[in-house]
Design a protein around this ligand. Structure first.
Ligand code: FDA
Length: 409
């Protein structure tokens, strides 16, 4: 295929129209979209292959977007910031982009789209083969160490093996991701660069991360390890209705991962163990129809026996419902609908799916994602202070930001 590189004659002495740092979701989408526009990019990737996180995403199946995605499922200090990018690249754009290359979205639950009959590796392959067709180079085992501004753009230094190399371009795209899973190549390069260059950073922390329980309650959670219960997990900011999963060190499962992004150390979370039901009304009804029913029998209608038995620490399970006092019924209601948990901490970046916080969006143009203080430098994907819910939202941001940057480099 003949590719006309629009700017080649302008920047004959440069290596590319733009250097993209990171061949993750944002960097790959940016490279492909730039290629469609006839712009030549050079993608520098620390890992030995592109798209490492795409490959492990969604348990190897890649939840590549969410049909319900709007700005409101994202955490950022400035919610208005997302409007422009999300209007330039919509969920429908993601769906039709992938469909064009044989990846058809199938909804699993809650609007989450996964490739029908295909896997995460097929998603990565869409990008690698498009990059090949469009003659966009992805240079692997290339870890960027520094970016310097020059008279006509940027000089990027990177290590390749034990050699320090440089390349130049009028534009640079920072798509080096966030801090989660260091063993998969995650670096703090974007954050370090921002700090060294006076760009504001919104405080970072692990998000979509399991929460730990220590101290006297630890054993109670550990005995339930492997059990999951449908709950509503909430704090004063947000509520999520999905499963929680007990583990030998605390709590995980989608509802807990979701609330973790809104949780701060020292705070409690509330778990409604029987959402959409009213345990008081259920007990009253049972008292009328069959007062001899034991509380355990009533609860076993909703929970696995192991979970009901564990609730025996807090509830008079062996009592017939007719014999429960008003005070006992009130206390049962509290336990079932307002089960308070004070996590000791979280499992950290080794287990987090994303990073909360990042480059302050006030440093960037919302229309182009160009850095206001360093023209020609763009930030996209997870290194920016935009964190989505669990369920395909984070990829939607990565694709959208990659697309937007490609229009402007
Ligand atoms: P990403 O991390 O994808 O890419 C950054 C790249 O930059 C990496 O390849 C890294 O090696 C490279 N890099 C870093 N520093 C560098 C340097 N100095 N020089 C050169 N290269 C450098 N989201 C979702 O929407 N649906 C899902 O199913 C999942 N599932 C999921 C599972 C797990 C286990 C994790 C950890 C995460 C998810 N996510 C997810 C989140 C999703 O993976 C994440 O939001 C995107 O990958 C972010 O895309 P970026 O391109 O910003 O970073």
């Amino acid at each position: 295929m003949l590719i006309l590189h629009k700017n080649n004659n302008i920047n004959q002495l440069m290596d590319a129209d733009a250097i993209i740092i990171g061949a993750g979701a944002c960097g790959l989408m940016c490279a492909v979209q730039a290629g469609f526009l006839g712009k030549k990019v050079l993608v520098l990737e620390k890992n030995s292959q592109p798209g490492a996180k795409i490959l492990i995403s969604g348990g190897g199946r890649c939840n590549f977007t969410n049909q319900w995605a709007t700005e409101s499922q994202f955490i950022t200090a400035n919610p208005h910031f997302l409007k422009s990018a999300f209007s330039q690249w919509t969920v429908e754009d993601t769906i039709s982009f992938f469909e064009a290359y044989g990846i058809v979205g199938q909804e699993k639950t809650l609007g989450q789209l996964f490739p029908d009959g295909k896997k995460a590796k097929d998603v990565v392959e869409v990008f690698t083969s498009l990059c090949q067709d469009l003659e966009q180079e992805i240079r692997c085992n290339a870890e960027v160490k520094s970016i310097e501004q020059t008279a006509d753009g940027f000089k990027v230094s990177y290590t390749k093996g034990d050699k320090l190399k440089t390349c130049t371009a009028p534009k640079v795209v920072m798509a080096s991701g966030g801090l989660p899973i260091p063993k998969m190549g995650a670096t703090d390069f974007a954050l370090r660069f921002a700090k060294n260059n006076g760009l504001a950073i919104v405080e970072t922390a692990p998000a979509l991360v399991p929460l730990t329980i220590t101290g006297k309650d630890e054993e109670w959670y550990a005995q339930l390890s492997g059990n999951s219960v449908f709950c509503e997990v909430s704090n004063d900011k947000m509520a999520f209705e999905e499963n929680i999963l007990f583990t030998h060190w605390g709590l995980s499962g989608p509802a807990v991962l979701q609330i973790s992004s809104y949780w701060r150390r020292g705070e409690s979370i509330n778990i409604d163990l029987l959402p959409r039901q009213d345990i008081l009304a259920l007990m009253e009804e049972e008292r009328k129809s069959n007062g001899k029913t034991l509380l355990s029998t009533l609860l076993n209608r909703f929970y696995a026996k192991k979970f009901t038995d564990a609730l025996g620490k807090f509830l008079p399970l062996g009592k017939p419902v007719a014999d429960l006092s008003k005070v006992e019924m009130e206390s049962i209601k509290q336990t079932i609908h307002q089960f308070k948990v004070k996590p000791a901490g979280d499992k950290g970046y080794d287990k987090a799916e994303v990073m909360r916080g990042g480059i302050d969006t006030n440093e960037l143009s919302s229309k182009t994602l160009e850095c206001k203080k360093i023209p020609g430098l763009y930030f996209g994907g997870e290194c920016v202070d935009v964190t989505g819910w669990l369920g395909g939202y984070n990829f939607q941001w990565a694709w959208a930001s990659g697309f937007v940057i490609a229009q402007n480099i």
